[in-house]
Structure formats: C-alpha cells, structure tokens
Design a protein around this ligand. Structure first.
Ligand code: OFO
Length: 166
C-alpha cells in the first residue's frame, strides 16, 4: 500500500465531503431558479459540477495507486432555504470546513512523510484559497449593494457573471 490506512480513510471522507458539497450547490441552484434568481442558479449549478470534479480528482488519485475508491452515500442537503444571503453564507462556511479537512489530510500525509499525497493536495489548497475569497467577496456584496429587491437583482446578475470564473 502506497498510502497509510489513516490517509486513505481521510481521502475517502474527503470524497464524501465533495459529494455533499456538490449536492448542496445543486439544491441551492434548484431553489434559486424557482425563487427568481436565475443568475445565481447558473452560478451554483456550475459550482456543483466543480465539486463533482474535485470528488473525481480524488477517486482518480486513489485509482492511480491501484486503490478501489469507495463511492459514498450522500446526505440530503438542507431544504429550508431562506434567502440568497443565507445560502451564500452557508456556502462560505462549508468552504471553510473543506479547507480544514484538506489541511488535516495534508498534516497527516506530512507526518507520514507521504510526499506524493501532500503534492497531490497542493491543488486543493489553492482551490480552497480561491473558493473562500470568492464567497467572502460575494458576502461583501450584500453589505455594499444592499438587501432590497433591486440590490438582490443586481447581486443575481453578478453571480451570473461569476459562474464562468469560479
Ligand atoms: Fe471542493 O470544496 Fe469547494 O471548492
């Protein structure tokens, strides 16, 4: 085995975390669409696809080590969405949790002198920096532009543009 049982366990858990993130964003996209936020819906749908890519990256990494990655069951995402601001805040909190879980795997891999896994995870470190910056900047928009109907319409348009950069 080229990686330890502990690192493998954490990577398996990370696959589930990415899958749950993909589901959350898809659920948000669905809510946004029927609530009138078409731009935000596109943004979150694109984001969901990205999370599936992250999941797939880890699966392929394990497969490259001749390990049969397990595909986890996913949790049902929260259904009670209240506002565009709330779903973006949950997204930011989720991304912060993802950053912590990636850091934990790197710490474990480094303790075990598993340089291969550390190097593999560098891409995720950079991705998480971008993701946290992105959702922090979106949260700022609510303070700067506002929360009334016109402001939310404006933020929806901004999210539509951001779908290609995320
Ligand atoms: Fe894959 O957690 Fe967001 O990016």
């Amino acid at each position: 085995m080229k990686i330890s049982d502990q690192t493998l366990k954490l990577l398996q858990e990370q696959i589930a975390i990415e899958a749950n993130a993909a589901n959350y964003y898809l659920s948000v996209a669905s809510w946004c669409k029927v609530t009138g936020y078409s731009g935000a819906s596109c943004f979150f749908r694109a984001h969901s696809a990205e999370e599936r890519e992250h999941m797939s990256k880890i699966i392929q990494y394990l497969n490259g080590l001749k390990i049969h990655a397990q595909i986890p069951a996913t949790e049902q995402p929260p259904q009670n969405m209240e506002s565009l601001e709330q779903v973006c805040k949950i997204a930011l909190d989720n991304e912060k949790n993802v950053t912590q879980s990636i850091n934990k795997i790197i710490d474990t891999a480094q303790d075990e002198k598993d340089h291969r896994t550390s190097v593999f995870l560098e891409w995720f470190v950079n991705e998480q920096i971008n993701e946290e910056d992105l959702f922090e900047s979106i949260m700022q928009k609510f303070d700067i532009i506002g929360r009334d109907k016109l402001a939310l319409h404006e933020i929806d348009k901004i999210l539509d543009k951001l779908k290609d950069t995320s």
